[in-house]
Design a protein around this ligand. Structure first.
Ligand code: NAP
Length: 220
């Protein structure tokens, strides 16, 4: 049996953090949840354990403690908060996988705050040069985690990263949450993935799409 990996979820009480925590709690992982609101964190742990008494899930006191114990760290915070958190975890995130889910949307949701020759994931990699930053989950909406299977087909979830083994490990996490993982390329492909989600959000706002739409490539 594969060694159980510990995953720290920073920002676990947010829309995405709680959706990811619930989604992967059925897997062979130990989850360490960090959020600013302890009551909300405790409620999330209670909710997960009510649905799965065997779930291995606990709360953490601070991002550095959670990341120190973890093999894999997921930053479920706004892009604007990542520099502050990266500074807190840099030393303990050495050689570890750090998952970037951020879409660096501007305030009007009509553009990205990153330069066109960069992405949130690449900016995070610059802040954590000794970590393996992998882009994942940014093209799924939090609501998609309730029903990642649409019309009998799993929604696609794109992954980008420079380290092949890390991409494989993250693909397994994405599959545990119920999505169809698609390795899309190296970390610079995050530019495309973040722009894809910007497009989906803009189309959703313009056409009032159901937020459960997500991405589905039709396999023939
Ligand atoms: N929502 C989606 O459907 C979706 C889809 C794909 C990707 N994303 C990306 O996922 C990330 C989170 O989005 P969300 O919708 O889940 O946001 P959210 O519901 O507002 O949750 C954000 C979380 O980050 C925490 N946080 C904020 N600033 C922090 C700081 N300086 N230090 C530590 N924790 C901090 C918040 O904690 P407190 O509230 O306790 O302060 C909260 O737990 C964003 O980067 C977003 O682009 C979102």
């Amino acid at each position: 049996m594969q060694t159980k990996q510990t995953i720290a979820i920073i920002g676990a009480t947010g829309n995405m953090g709680s959706a990811i925590a619930k989604g992967i709690s059925k897997g062979n992982y130990r989850l360490l949840l960090k959020g600013n609101d302890q009551a909300a964190l405790d409620a999330l742990v209670g909710d997960i354990k009510t649905k799965n008494a065997h779930a291995d899930v606990d709360t953490a006191v601070c991002p550095a403690d959670a990341s120190w114990e973890a093999d894999i760290i997921i930053l479920d915070v706004p892009f604007s908060a990542e520099a502050e958190i990266a500074a807190k975890i840099r030393e303990v995130a050495n050689q570890k996988i750090v998952i970037s889910i951020a879409n660096p949307l501007n305030e009007s949701y009509n553009g990205l705050t990153t330069a066109s020759d960069s992405s949130a994931a690449e900016e995070l990699q610059k802040l954590l040069p000794n970590s393996k930053v992998i882009k994942a989950f940014n093209t799924s909406f939090a609501a998609d985690f309730n029903s990642p299977v649409i019309d009998g087909k799993q929604s696609d979830a794109f992954i980008a990263g420079n380290d092949e083994e890390a991409v494989q490990i993250v693909s397994e996490i994405v599959a545990t949450a119920g999505f169809n993982p698609i390795a899309a390329g190296d970390l610079s492909v995050s530019r495309t993935l973040e722009n894809m989600q910007l497009l989906l959000i803009q189309l959703g706002m313009k056409n009032n799409y159901n937020w459960l739409a997500g991405w589905k490539i039709l396999h023939h």
